[in-house]
Design a binder for this molecule. Structure first.
Ligand code: ZN
Length: 775
């Protein structure tokens, strides 16, 4: 595509008038077309599409349809040349474009106008023309504002050359995702936003119109967590436990990694990677990266390397370098991508990355209410030192950043004012491939559309001021509701700057007091005013309604909709009917929008849905009492089959129990304080009804249980019951007396052990939890 030039320059006649002094009028309502859009004869799909887009939007703006012509076919008096390279105009050559596919330059050289650039750059140049000079706004895939104009004009000295801050500009927010090759609406919007990541432009033919997908992962080896698919433990662990991590002196395939110093592991993984590249050689990147857990290998060899390298990235980089070396022999120019994530985030001290290895550095630990470089939070400060370390090693730094609350997609994450500064920080620290993870699993998370839009704007140019962008977005997306939504927005963001806010991360519980209840009340009022302001406008009403769902969700999480057990003397504190109304509205939002998802994790999502369905199925509020029995069904929402199963037991309360096998000691049973109707400031007592199936002669921990505070991230108290102290039959065991608060949860697990399984019991049975008011 490079090097195309116009065969003949169009005839340059001086026209009678250029409109106002200093302007070139491209189209004037009611008059015939003055300008022709001119393409090179061999224009590719994206250049043709750019011409169509320009023609269509100018027509929508002014009612004037500009003809589209192929250069040389006709003589054109006034042309907008759209070309993937500079035509032979000496004055243009003095400011060459960077040699990439995304940059563009728009030049007015009366009477002509030139939009030149790379194969995506031409399209982006056309969008710049329409946005900046025509006032067109693409605010979401369903909300485009095209102002009606009497004239569409540009300055006659226009010369605007732009190059993006990042080679790859990518985000996974739902509305710009290439959900499928036929999904035109979202992909077209992604192109309007100048996004070019693997999630934003479809691979192959379908992406050509948008300039082609320049970056994508191949061979089924995505950007993250590929160890398990490269060397599946279900296939190999039995025969080769030594290929997997040694954790606490024992090889394990449960939440573990590979033994990276084992030469057989290297051999197996390398051959698998090569096989996959041979099958799919067209991609840019192939991911060879750790599973999404800790569990790194601590065998003597691995531990020695990591000690020497002063980071667990030591074994990782040595291993991935070796894979990449083998790959290069057969596939020079292909990149092996690996994660610098959690335990591998710190770069190794000695080993340097091979030139065909790309580290993907992740910000998961950071606080997001304050920007990097400003925040004094320890997680952010240590991240800053890590990014500098990686940037010293490579020109190909890939950055994975997080922009939503993954535990509650609709709950507030007041990070909007950090998006720009963080992207500036990443750009200034050498990031080339930029990925902003958002809610890609459903629509309308907390300020989903605004964040999507701002991220794209700042990935292109993080130096632009935020305020004019916000003004534009709010007016364009919310219309007459903008002042009310803006007020909600500013108050919400300010919460992130409030005194005493230490770390606002991506997994904050919706119960967290960082978002005060009284703020939610104000929020509801503001959204109601917003709704009234756009009444009668279906698109704006939809935008407001889906925005309002965000605080509503947080209210729902804190409402009596999650209550499973009632131990209160103050029923008036629980707005039963209100909770029902809110849930019905949220459910209806899900129905209308077709896909709104509460939580990233499928298991937790199932629990939330089950809880809310249970609430909606209840016809009336249960009777109040000082003490209540919670049957084990209510504690076992997140239980999976390997951790325990329901069994019928005539001796159990309700005739049913959960049997937890001796092969794990994870916290498997759970009840959140949000599931309990309790009186604040009052002490409560928990007892758990358990039967221990003891092993003969076994001694040691049979089970453990307690209450954990998710907000403060610490225990409120726990018990560890030894087999020696346990009865053979059912028995009530005291767990804790404490004052419940929001954001805490009761947990229960079988006793801890070393080796394959517990030597203490054959199984732990639980049928009920009792909660009693103490005063
Ligand atoms: Zn090892």
């Amino acid at each position: 595509m490079r090097g195309i030039t116009f065969g003949l320059l169009a005839t340059a006649c001086i026209a009678a008038s250029f409109g106002n002094a200093g302007e070139i009028v491209i189209a004037e309502r009611g008059k015939r077309a003055k300008y022709t859009i001119v393409l090179p004869a061999d224009a590719g799909a994206s250049v043709k599409y750019a011409a169509e887009e320009l023609r269509d939007y100018v027509r929508q703006m002014t009612g004037v349809e500009l003809p589209v012509a192929v250069n040389g076919a006709i003589n054109v008096r006034k042309a907008i040349f759209i070309a993937p390279d500079a035509p032979r105009l000496p004055s243009l050559v003095s400011r060459p474009l960077p040699n990439d596919d995304d940059s563009f330059r728009i030049v007015a050289k009366p009477p002509h106008i030139y939009v030149i650039g790379g194969k995506r750059g031409v399209l982006y140049g056309v969008y710049e023309l329409l946005e900046t000079y025509g006032g067109v706004g693409w605010f979401s895939s369903w909300r485009t504002v095209v102002p009606k104009r009497n004239r569409f004009a540009v300055p006659n000295n226009l010369d605007d050359a732009q190059s993006p801050a990042f080679a790859m500009r990518s985000t996974s927010w739902w509305d710009v995702r290439a959900h499928s090759p036929t999904n035109v609406q979202n992909v077209a919007f992604a192109a309007h936003m100048r996004l070019n990541g693997d999630r934003n432009i479809p691979r192959g033919e379908a992406g050509e119109k948008y300039g082609g997908a320049p970056y994508f992962f191949g061979g089924g080896l995505g950007a993250c967590h590929t160890f398990n698919s490269l060397l599946p433990p279900q296939k190999h662990f039995k025969e080769h436990p030594e290929w997997y991590s040694e954790v606490n002196g024992k090889r394990t395939d449960v939440r573990s990694q590979l033994c990276l110093t084992n030469p057989d592991v290297l051999r197996m993984v390398t051959s698998n990677v090569l096989e996959r590249i041979r099958k799919d050689p067209g991609a840019t990147f192939y991911g060879v990266s750790q599973n999404d857990c800790r569990g790194y290998c601590t065998c003597a060899n691995c531990a020695a390397v990591d000690a020497e390298e002063e980071s667990h990235a030591g074994t990782m980089v040595r291993f991935v370098n070796a894979v990449a070396e083998a790959v290069e022999k057969e596939f020079p120019g292909k990149f092996i991508e690996t994660l610098a994530y959690q335990y591998t985030r710190k770069p190794p001290k000695i080993t340097k990355l091979r030139h065909n290895v790309i580290p993907c550095l992740c910000t998961i630990e950071c606080e997001f209410n304050k920007p990097l470089g400003v925040s004094t939070n320890a997680a952010n400060v240590s991240f800053e030192s890590d990014i500098k370390g990686w940037a010293e090693q490579t020109q190909n730094l890939y950055l994975w950043d997080y922009t939503t609350n993954f535990r509650n997609y609709l709950h507030m994450l007041p990070n909007v004012y950090t998006l720009g500064p963080n992207l500036k920080f990443f750009r200034d620290n050498g990031v080339k491939f930029m990925f902003e993870q958002g809610c890609g699993q459903g629509r309308h998370a907390d300020f989903a559309e605004l964040k999507t839009w701002l991220i794209a704007k700042f990935e292109w140019n993080p130096d632009q001021p935020v305020k004019p962008l916000l003004d534009r977005f709010f007016k364009g997306y919310y219309g007459a509701a903008a002042p009310f939504v803006r007020q909600y927005f500013e108050e919400a963001q300010a919460l992130g700057q409030a005194e005493g806010i230490k770390h606002w991360g991506i997994y904050d519980p919706a119960e967290s007091a960082k978002v005060p209840d009284d703020f939610l009340v104000r929020a509801t009022n503001l959204w109601a005013k917003a709704a009234a302001a756009v009444k009668g406008n279906p698109v704006l009403s939809y935008n407001v309604r889906m925005g309002a769902a965000s605080p509503l969700y947080t209210i729902a999480v804190r409402s009596s909709a999650n209550i499973r057990t009632w131990v209160t003397r103050h029923p008036e504190r629980f707005d039963w009917a209100g909770a029902r109304r809110i849930l019905l509205e949220l459910k209806d939002c899900q129905r209308v929008a077709r896909n709104v998802r509460w939580i990233e994790n499928s298991k937790s999502l199932k629990v939330r849905n089950r809880t809310w369905d249970r609430f909606l199925a209840m016809k009336e509020m249960p009777q109040l009492a000082d003490s209540a029995i919670v049957e084990v069904e209510n504690l076992a929402d997140s239980l999976n089959d390997s951790q325990g199963r329901f069994v019928n037991d005539k001796t159990a309360i309700g005739g049913r129990a959960v049997r937890l096998p001796p092969t794990h000691y994870a916290w498997t049973l759970r009840l959140d304080t949000g599931n309990i109707a309790y009186d604040p400031g009052v002490k409560y007592h928990l007892r758990i009804h358990v039967k221990v199936d003891k092993k003969k002669g076994g001694s040691g921990e049979a089970f453990w249980a307690g209450v954990y505070d998710d907000v403060r991230r610490k225990s409120c108290g726990s018990i560890s019951v030894k087999a020696e102290k346990a009865d053979d039959g059912w028995k009530w065991y005291d767990v804790i007396t404490w004052t419940p608060e929001p954001g805490q949860h009761f947990w229960f697990g079988p006793g801890r052990f070393k080796g394959e399984e517990s030597t203490v019991h054959n199984g732990i049975y639980v049928d009920a939890l009792e909660i009693s008011r103490c005063e």
